[in-house]
Design a protein around this ligand. Structure first.
Ligand code: DGL
Length: 269
């Protein structure tokens, strides 16, 4: 592939609809950048699948996006970032990669040896990827991890402030809060939508780290470093490509994106 150009889009990908939290953060932080979003809605959820399966899916998605001329890849899915980053790099043909785990770990590890809680899907938590990355950045940090498998379906159901979700949050967070954490990494695309509820359950003293926001910051910095930031010449365009029929993506996605979609395409693999 020829060298990426400033006017190419940023390719953002996820297992489904959740990565739209990263798209939203990116649209706000980098309004000049065009985006191609890929959501693997036919095969979601990834968070309970095996590493080999996720690697295979991630490789297919990267190959697909590279055929659409992207200048940067953003791994919006924490589960893919946790277990398939090597595969993604091997397929990226030198295109810069930003991933939500690097972004979240950097925001959490402030070098002061903090007590950090991490929540995510079972595959993300079992991989230990956040803990490894945080320790590499801040060896004095203590990391307490907790899988929260019910959160993804509850968010997709729209139960963002429902008694059932509150009860699940209290149960899941009890062991990490007992460790007197000072920060909590929201290590899954869906969890930013639960911020008000998690803030209530965790208390004001605990800093919530939203890896969607920090990924957008990291992308902005990398575009500057690599000289790939878009110039003002043309308005940004947004493309959404999914693998299942777009109906459910459209209905749920607007909640994640905070605005309405234009056209949603079905992937022609
Ligand atoms: N996108 C996934 C993540 O951030 C959550 C949904 C899924 O399990 O596929 O981990």
């Amino acid at each position: 592939m020829s060298a990426p150009k400033k006017h190419y889009s940023i390719g953002i990908f996820d297992s489904g609809v959740g990565g739209l939290t990263v798209v939203r953060a990116l649209m706000e932080r980098l309004p000049l950048e065009s985006i191609v979003y890929f959501g693997d809605t036919a095969r979601v959820p990834y968070g309970v699948k095996s590493v080999a399966t996720i690697e295979q899916y991630a490789a297919q998605i990267v190959d697909f996006l590279l055929r659409r001329n992207v200048k940067m890849l953003i791994v919006a899915c924490n589960t893919m970032a946790a277990v398939a980053l090597k595969t993604i790099s091997a397929h990226a043909k030198g295109v810069p990669i930003i991933d939500v785990i690097e972004a979240g770990a950097r925001a959490a590890a402030d070098g002061r040896g903090g007590r950090i809680g991490v929540i995510g899907t079972p595959t993300t938590i079992n991989s230990n990827a956040y803990a490894r990355r945080i320790h590499a950045l801040d060896p004095g940090a203590r990391v307490y991890s907790q899988a929260c498998p019910l959160f993804v379906p509850l968010v997709e159901e729209g139960w963002l402030d429902h008694p059932v979700t509150r009860l699940a949050a209290q149960e899941y967070l009890r062991p990490v809060l007992a460790e007197d954490i000072d920060s909590l990494v929201l290590g899954c695309t869906h969890y930013p939508l639960l911020k008000p509820l998690l803030r209530d359950v965790a208390g004001e003293r605990v800093r919530l780290i939203d890896s969607a926001l920090t990924a957008a910051e990291l992308a902005a910095a990398r575009l500057q470093q690599t000289g790939l930031a878009a110039m003002d010449a043309e308005p940004a365009s947004y493309r959404y490509i999914v693998t299942d029929i777009p109906l459910r993506f459209q209905t749920i996605g607007e909640r994640f994106l905070g605005r309405s979609f234009g056209e949603i395409e079905r992937a022609d693999w």
